[in-house]
Ligand binder design. Structure first.
Ligand code: BGC
Length: 285
């Protein structure tokens, strides 16, 4: 290979695991009609869980996710709710109990981006991103914790009374110009997660977060379909030189929801190919 030739590593990842570490568990995943939520809900189905698939706009996507879960032998139902609306969130958790009788795992995943430089950002853009990405996390967390407390521990199902996982982002610690609303919400999730984890750990309720980097999801479609942005902008920020797949996030989320991670409380797992390793310092500094 000549030194000028660009080395492009293959986008290879290990095959899917087959352990059914969530057998018998009931999970609720918000924003599961596409992207990371879809991958996580299907991963839960593969691991043996029954899943409530929440969606807001994309009913067809939610149906596809549910069908994929059922193909793995799990039960799946879909439920439309805007996670920023208190009454809709309450109705969704009620439906969860009416359908499955309990809640073992809640993944608060729904998230949006409405980008603008701060001096051009409308109050709507600010408010809507905070409402969905942060207030939605609070509303779902509150309902989940209430249920976890009420049901307590059933050792036949899990050693925890419940597991709550917040979907955050590398932008809970990496500043992002042009996305101040998004980064503010994600930074907020960090201390919401830690404060709540501290509050409920003694009840054996586990609260943690996942912070993905650049993953191949509809949210990132523009970046991925532009070879120029992909090669020269995005890959420059990823030391391991491959874009993440939603399975990368799903597998870690399955582990974090299972008893395999029983001693893990109040932690953020970064799944980012090294994006948080200050890649700008490679060959510099
Ligand atoms: C965003 C992506 C972005 C990634 C890394 C994620 O939180 O949703 O759009 O590519 O962070 O910057």
């Amino acid at each position: 290979m000549s030194s000028e030739k660009k080395y492009t590593p293959p986008n290879e990842m290990p095959p899917a695991p087959i352990h059914r570490v969530l057998a018998g568990q009931k999970a609720l995943v918000t924003g599961a009609s596409k992207g990371l939520g879809e991958g996580i809900a299907i991963g839960f189905g593969q691991a043996g869980a029954d899943v409530l698939v929440n969606y807001h706009g994309d009913e067809e996507g939610a149906r596809r996710t549910a069908a994929a879960i059922e193909a793995h032998g799990g039960k799946a139902v879909i439920f439309k709710a805007d996670v920023s609306q208190e009454d809709e969130v309450k109705a969704m958790f009620q439906y969860m109990i009416d359908t499955f009788g309990r809640l073992d795992i809640c993944v608060s995943n729904s998230g949006i981006q409405l980008n603008a430089p701060l001096d051009e950002m409308t109050l709507y853009q600010w408010q809507r991103v905070i409402d969905v990405n942060l207030t939605g996390m609070f509303l779902c967390a509150r309902e989940a914790i209430r249920l976890f407390k009420k049901q307590g521990i059933d050792r036949r199902i899990s050693y925890a009374a419940g597991k709550l996982i917040f979907m955050s982002s590398v932008h809970d610690i990496i500043p992002w110009e042009g996305h101040a609303n998004y980064a503010a919400a994600k930074g907020g999730i960090m201390l919401l997660m830690k404060s709540l984890a501290q509050e409920v750990a003694h009840l054996r309720i586990r609260v943690n977060a996942i912070s993905p980097g650049a993953i191949r999801t509809p949210m990132n479609v523009e970046k991925l379909t532009s070879p120029e942005i992909f090669d020269s902008v995005l890959l420059r920020l990823i030391p391991c030189k491959r874009i993440g797949e939603s399975e990368d996030v799903a597998r870690a989320t399955v582990w974090l929801a299972s008893d395999e991670s029983d001693y893990v409380h109040g932690t953020t797992i970064y799944i980012d190919g090294g994006m948080t390793l200050y890649p700008g310092f490679i060959g510099a500094g």
